[in-house]
Design a protein around this ligand. Structure first.
Ligand code: ASP
Length: 483
């Protein structure tokens, strides 16, 4: 007999069926045993009674929470006074004929039936595979899939090509610290994990791809504050022969239709999205990503807006030890060194005049007080990109060492281009009404950047270190909270 999902049983009254899943709950009423059976799609009531063989009945008596079972039985309408209005399958139940125990389970460290909001973060992360069994977590992961699938279909229909870019790459000065990977074959040399596919996507424009996107993993070795993760996911895209307006219009259309399809309960406060200049937003709200919701008690209200006209450069903060800040002398970029200025400021950039007054083509999209995406039109001429690095005080030698490949690529007929990247985890979290992106990532790191389930990061064997030409400096070990 073919297996069916629990969510589909309601329409199949009178049929014999096989069901597979986990024991959510067992209630023993003497002559009758009730099991709540759970699969990914829902929960249904299974009943063992006088119609079940003695042996089957006794087997049912032994069932415990989270055992994995297969049952076959008859789908029956429940008597009117037994209907459970709290679950979608509450009008029916399964009269069990057979029962196979496919696997037993230890008692889980927490209750799977709860939504997990009151379990400790540490235990949830250590037993993430059990935490994910919770219907709430299942639903979040399924929503994420729906969002990603919608994006893929939408962009494919508009002529975008999805391209995977490397994970082993070179350090890029995008503002954060890199995760690095030692090279076995080249002693003393390192790859870096990408902070974003920024350079590759621009190189794909030079390569004539014209419309690229990727659901891209990005890695930033920052102190994990609140809602940050060392690795996170972007929707990354880039387009050729476009102006700021084109990228913003496409993304606005994508966001609106995505919300309609994937989170139909949500209401977008204002369409078209309001546009506010950086100057205005800071004057009015004191921050560049204000929460613009008119009614902040309504969790289903989405207040999108574009923030534009940011200054290109800011004074270097010498307290900041991130790679790009440490290298820059007086000025550094506010968003992205590869951005072009707004067209009317190009002369100013090329002449390095009134640096503080140059506005960038950068656009950020904000939602309910969070920045969910940002991008820009890029400098597609090498001399303009070079000026950015000169303003940052990089010597000619460093510019060539770090960015020679980009300058050279741009010199081979690079088309005008621009793009954007969204923080996908954050968008899904907002659509799922979750307070933290960890709730929409299958296997996130803890707030202090560890994987408690796999116990990573972890030490290497001496021979692995030798092969990688690495020697560990003696440092005071931080006490591990697990030992
Ligand atoms: N690569 C940029 C980022 O990760 C986004 C972009 O400009 O496309 O913030």
């Amino acid at each position: 007999m073919e297996r069916i999902w629990i969510k589909d049983i309601v329409g199949k009254v009178g049929q014999q069926t096989d069901l597979f899943g986990w024991v959510d709950n067992r209630r023993d009423h003497g002559k009758i045993i009730f099991i709540d059976l759970r699969d990914r799609t829902g929960i249904c009531q299974v009943v063992f009674g006088p119609w079940s063989d003695r042996e089957i009945y006794e087997r049912a008596q032994k069932l415990r929470g989270e055992w994995v079972i297969k049952i076959s039985g008859l789908i029956k309408e429940r008597p009117a006074d037994m209907i459970n209005k709290n679950i979608p399958t509450g009008t029916v139940e399964i009269e069990a004929k057979t029962l196979d125990v496919l696997n037993e389970s230890q008692t889980p460290p927490f209750e799977i039936a709860s939504d997990g909001r009151d379990s400790s973060e540490e235990v949830r992360m250590e037993y993430r595979y059990l935490d994910l069994r919770r219907p709430r977590m299942n639903t979040n992961i399924a929503l994420r899939h729906k969002v990603v699938k919608f994006i893929r279909d939408f962009l494919s229909d508009k002529g975008f090509v999805e391209v995977e870019t490397p994970i082993l790459t070179k350090s890029t000065p995008e503002g954060a610290r890199d995760y690095v990977v030692p090279s076995r074959l080249y002693p003393g040399k390192f790859f870096a994990l990408p902070q974003s596919p920024q350079q590759y996507k621009q190189l794909l424009m030079v390569a004539g791809l014209e419309r690229y996107f990727q659901i891209a993993k990005c890695f930033r070795d920052e102190d994990t504050r609140g809602d940050r993760q060392p690795e996170f996911t972007q929707l990354d895209l880039e387009m050729s022969f476009v102006e700021r307006e084109d990228v913003m219009a496409l993304n606005e259309e994508l966001l609106i239709s995505l919300v309609k399809t994937c989170a139909p309960r949500k209401k977008i406060q204002q369409i078209p999205f309001p546009r506010i200049s950086y100057k205005e937003v800071v004057e009015k709200y004191g921050v560049d990503r204000p929460d613009l919701r008119e009614d902040k008690n309504n969790p289903d209200l989405l207040a999108f807006a574009w923030i534009i006209d940011f200054p290109f450069f800011k004074k270097v903060d010498k307290g900041d030890t991130s790679h790009s800040e440490a290298l820059a002398k007086e000025w550094t970029f506010t968003h992205n060194p590869f951005s072009a200025p707004k067209p009317e400021f190009m002369e100013q950039l090329l002449n390095k005049k009134d640096v503080a007054g140059i506005l960038t083509s950068q656009y950020d999209v904000i939602l309910n007080g969070l920045e969910i995406g940002g991008g820009s039109i890029r400098n597609h001429k090498p001399e303009a990109l070079e000026k950015v690095f000169e303003i940052m005080g990089f010597e000619k030698e460093r510019i060539l060492k770090n960015f020679g490949h980009m300058l050279e690529a741009l010199s081979y007929g690079a088309p005008p281009h621009g793009g954007i990247a969204w923080g996908l985890d954050r968008l899904v979290a907002l659509l799922a009404n979750e307070p933290n992106i960890r709730e929409v990532i299958a296997f996130p790191k803890t707030g202090d950047a560890r994987d408690l389930m796999m116990e990573a990061p972890s030490e290497l064997e001496k021979n692995q270190l030798d092969e990688l030409h690495l020697q560990i400096k003696e440092t005071k070990k931080k006490p591990s909270s697990r030992s």
